[in-house]
Design a binder for this molecule. Structure first.
Ligand SMILES: [Zn+2]
Length: 415
């Protein structure tokens, strides 16, 4: 590593950084101004919202600045990445104290007590070995310390959501431990560091209750709009960019089979199996985000008669795509596709056993049931499968029991 010997050295943009652009690593060098613009763009989403305490925001502003100075010194991307992880741990500690207003209820030797303090360190000075934290749901848990303990705590209290992201908490805390006790040299690229900054920002904003529009970890609810798909007689499957387009349809599509769905704008509505088909399976959940059939399948002439219903935005709604509830029926060797609670209510099957699973995607739930339906419940810690991004909420031997279980879960969610 060359140390700068003059102000000129110090002020010279780092060539290594200038090899990176919007499309990745390149043999050509970006002009320094463009390079700075690229760096700004790549951390565009890594911002903390006003709900986050000012101290945390100030620390994070410094990380963003460090990242941008990577234009002058490539090593600073690694510094920014490391620093961002430490700031997340600090934010978790602050949130812990603020969440309980500085009064932590614990169990010490069967007795309930309160630990008071205005900072995490102050409270932790007062704790004793064997103390148990009482979370808001009344459960007794080990006192969280360190990044992995605090991330788990944030999930117990429902501050962080999502099944897939819960599985990456471990990686996040392992990396943080590495930052605190580095062994060997590590060097990260601008895209690596930008990803960490964006991720950390999403975590911190979520700790203070704010989802990220278009986020990768804690996305804000997504708007669903009516969308039309046609399976043409020549085997093509076409998704219209707007409902209105159906009025002026290409003649080769006119005698196809039409369907209208309430779906998110990015949902894939066709599927390629042996042949093209609609991806939505009536009575089941198979799409990346919740999707409802509004009309069809049917011929175009029937649809155009009612098309104006779907041309306005009155049917639009918003859906949360994390922590969806699925019910999967297993009958002997047969495993049904996942059902939503309303699909479950609507079906009248009574045979088989029923698995109730929380997952971010129906496929995660299905894969878990396929691979682990025989796993002893004792191996599922708090329902968490060690191998799949799901939480198993219950296994029921009869439909009646399952109905009762799903009802209870609904009541808990509405609490
Ligand atoms: Zn599993």
């Amino acid at each position: 590593v060359d140390e700068p010997q003059s102000i000129e050295d110090l002020m010279a943009p780092d060539e290594m950084t200038r090899h990176f652009n919007w499309w990745g690593l390149s043999g050509a060098l970006l002009p320094p101004e463009d390079s700075l613009r690229y760096l700004h763009d790549s951390i565009n989403r890594a911002r903390l919202v006003g709900a986050v305490p000012q101290d945390v925001r100030k620390n994070f502003e410094r990380v963003r600045k460090t990242f941008l100075y990577g234009l002058m010194d490539y090593d600073l991307f690694t510094v920014a990445d490391d620093d961002a992880r430490l700031i997340l741990e600090g934010a978790l500690r602050d949130r812990f104290v603020a969440y309980y207003d500085g009064e932590i209820t614990i169990i010490r030797g069967e007795q309930e007590r309160t630990l008071r303090g205005s900072s995490f360190d102050e409270i932790y000075k007062r704790r004793k070995h064997g103390d148990l934290l009482v979370t808001r749901d009344g459960k007794h848990r080990g006192m969280p310390s360190g990044m992995s303990g605090l991330l788990a705590w944030a999930r117990w209290e429902g501050l962080l959501t999502g099944q897939r992201s819960a599985r990456s908490d471990k990686a996040m805390s392992r990396l943080r431990n590495y930052v605190a006790h580095p062994s060997g040299f590590h060097l990260l690229s601008p895209p690596d560091a930008a990803r960490t900054l964006s991720r950390v920002a999403e975590f911190i904003n979520k700790l203070w209750g704010v989802d990220t529009p278009g986020g990768q970890v804690f996305p804000a609810p997504i708007e669903r709009i009516p969308r039309v798909v046609v399976l043409a007689s020549d085997g093509r499957c076409v998704t219209f960019t707007s409902v209105r387009q159906v009025r002026e349809v290409d003649p080769t599509l006119a005698d196809g089979t039409f369907s209208v769905y309430l779906a998110t704008p990015y949902e894939e509505l066709c599927e390629i199996g042996r042949e093209l088909s609609f991806r939505h399976r009536p009575g089941f959940q198979w799409t990346d985000s919740p999707c409802d059939l509004l009309w069809g399948p049917g011929p175009r002439s029937d649809l155009t008669a009612q098309l104006d219903r779907f041309e306005t935005d009155t049917l639009n709604d918003q859906v949360q795509c994390l922590d969806r509830l699925f019910i999967i029926r297993v009958d002997g060797d047969e495993i049904d596709d996942p059902r939503s609670p309303s699909d479950f209510e609507a079906c009248d099957l009574t045979q088989g056993s029923w698995h109730v699973i929380r997952a971010d995607h129906p496929y995660d739930a299905l894969r878990h049931v396929r691979a682990h339906r025989g796993m002893p419940v004792s191996e599922l810690k708090d329902g968490y499968c060690p191998d799949c991004p799901v939480t198993e909420l219950g296994r029921f031997e009869s439909r009646e029991q399952a109905v009762h279980g799903v009802e209870l879960l609904g009541r808990c969610a509405g609490r």
